[in-house]
Ligand binder design. Structure first.
Ligand SMILES: *Cc1c(COP(=O)(O)O)cnc(C)c1O
Length: 389
C-alpha cells in the first residue's frame, strides 16, 4: 500500500474536523430551512446561526450582535477596507498597513490607492516585525484606518495587537486586523486589544472553506461601514444573501472546539514544531529560520536551507505536503514578497520552505519528516551539478 502523504501545510488550509462535519450534516438535508423564513424550518436555521454567532464571538470576546458571517477572510477584508473608505472619506483618505500583509489586504488597499486614497505600507525588519514607534509616527490627521495582520501566513510572525490597538485608540484611528492565521492558535480578545474590526476564514481552523466572518465594533465607537453588496438585508445589510447555514454551523462548532482544546492543543503543536526544528537543525548544516522565533505562531516554521532549491526539495519529497517560498501567490513562481521584505535575496527566497503543523500532526510524522528532509537535502547537495568546486 502507498504511504499516505504527510500534511505539513496547515497555514494554507486545514481539514474539516470530524466533530465539525458531524454537526453540519443535518443542516444539508433534514434541517434545510432558510434562516429568514418565519416558520419552524426557518426558526430552526435561525437558532442554529444564533448559536454559531455566540460561539465565534466567545472565541474573540466580542458581542454576538457585532458579528457578521461572510464567505471568508478575503470578502471580510474587502468589506472593511472599501466600506470604511467610503464611510469615512470625508474625514481623511490615509490608511496604514504593512508590506507583508496577505494579498487580500494589499490588493484591496491598492485598489483604494488607484481611487484617490493614500496608503502607507510600513516595512518590517529582518525578523519580520514592524517598528511600533514608526506606526505611531505614520498616523496623521487624515488617517482613518490601520490594517495590520495578527499573524503572517508565510513566516508565522505575530504582531502585538494590544500595543497596536492602544496606539490606534489613543490617536482615534480605526484598527482592523486580519486574524485568519491567529484564531485558534493565539489568544485574541477584541476588548483587551481594542480591535475595531477583525476578519477571518473558517478553513484555517478546521471549518469548511468558503466560510468566515467579520467582527465590527458597534459600541465605543460605533463603526460605520458603507455596504459593498446590496440585497435582502441579511447580516444587517453588511453582507446580504441567504446564510450558508451548514457552513455557519460548522464555523460555530470549530470555534467551540478551538476554545475547548486551546491550551492543550497549542502546547502540543508547539512542542511538535520545536521537535521538527531541533531535529532539522541538528542534521542539516546551513539551515536558518526566516522570521522571529519568539514572536511566532506555535505551528509554523519557515526555513531556508543553503544551496538547496525548494522546488528541487519538493520534487524529492512527494510524500510530504508543504509550501515553498515562491508558490504562495496563486502558483506563480515569483519570489515571495514577504521573504523579500525581510531582506532576503532571490537565491535565499528560492531556498525557503514553509512547514505548518496542526491538530492532526503526530510525533511519528515529525520524525518521518526530519528523516525524509535530511535525506533529500543530502541527496541534492551531492548532485554532481550542484557541487561547488
Ligand atoms: C488564508 C488567509 C487569507 C485569505 O483567506 P481566504 O479564505 O482565501 O479568503 C487572508 N489572510 C491571511 C493571513 C490568510 O492566512
Amino acid at each position: 500500500m502507498k504511504n499516505p502523504v504527510v500534511y505539513l501545510d496547515y497555514n494554507a488550509t486545514t481539514p474539516v474536523d470530524p466533530g465539525v462535519l458531524e454537526e453540519m450534516i443535518p443542516y444539508f438535508s433534514v434541517k434545510y430551512g432558510n434562516s429568514s423564513s418565519r416558520h419552524s424550518y426557518g426558526f430552526e436555521a435561525e437558532s442554529a446561526a444564533k448559536v454559531a454567532r455566540k460561539r465565534i464571538s466567545a472565541l474573540i470576546n466580542g458581542d454576538p450582535d457585532e458579528f457578521y458571517f461572510t464567505s471568508g477572510a478575503t470578502e471580510s477584508i474587502n468589506i472593511v477596507h472599501q466600506g470604511v473608505a467610503k464611510a469615512y472619506s470625508s474625514q481623511g483618505r490615509h490608511i496604514i498597513s504593512s508590506n507583508i500583509e496577505h494579498p487580500a489586504v494589499i490588493e484591496s488597499l491598492q485598489y483604494l490607492k488607484q481611487n484617490g486614497f493614500s496608503i502607507s505600507f510600513i516595512p518590517v525588519n529582518s525578523e519580520g516585525l514592524i517598528d511600533l514607534n514608526q506606526l505611531g509616527r505614520e498616523i496623521r490627521k487624515d488617517t482613518i484606518l490601520v490594517s495590520l495582520m495578527a499573524a503572517n501566513n508565510e513566516i508565522g510572525v505575530v504582531n502585538d495587537l494590544e500595543i497596536i490597538g492602544n496606539i490606534c485608540s489613543e490617536k482615534n484611528v480605526l484598527f482592523h486586523t486580519d486574524a485568519s492565521q491567529a484564531l485558534g492558535k493565539l489568544e485574541i480578545d477584541v476588548m483587551k486589544m481594542k480591535i475595531d474590526m477583525l476578519s477571518f476564514s473558517g478553513h484555517k481552523f478546521y471549518a469548511p472553506k468558503g466560510t468566515g466572518g467579520l467582527f465590527i465594533r458597534q459600541k465605543k465607537p460605533q463603526i460605520r461601514i458603507a455596504p459593498f453588496f446590496f440585497g435582502g438585508g441579511q447580516e444587517k445589510g453588511i453582507r446580504p444573501g441567504t446564510l450558508n447555514i451548514p457552513s455557519v454551523v460548522g464555523l460555530g462548532k470549530a470555534a467551540a472546539l478551538c476554545m475547548e482544546l486551546f491550551s492543550e492543543e497549542t502546547k502540543r503543536i508547539k512542542s511538535l514544531r520545536d521537535q521538527l526544528f531541533e531535529g532539522l537543525k541538528k542534521n542539516i548544516q546551513g539551515l536558518v529560520l526566516n522570521g522571529s522565533y519568539e514572536a511566532r505562531l506555535p505551528n509554523n516554521l519557515n526555513l531556508r536551507i543553503k544551496d538547496v532549491r525548494a522546488d528541487k526539495l519538493m520534487m524529492e519529497l512527494r510524500d510530504l505536503a508543504f509550501s515553498t517560498g515562491s508558490a504562495c501567490a496563486s502558483g506563480s513562481d515569483k519570489p515571495s514578497y514577504v521573504l523579500k521584505a525581510l531582506g532576503l535575496d532571490d537565491e535565499s527566497v528560492y531556498s525557503s520552505v514553509r512547514l505548518g503543523l496542526g491538530r492532526f500532526s503526530t510525533s511519528f510524522e515529525i520524525d518521518y519528516t526530519i528523516n525524509r528532509i535530511t535525506e533529500a537535502v543530502n541527496k541534492i547537495r551531492n548532485y554532481p551539478q550542484n557541487k561547488r568546486n
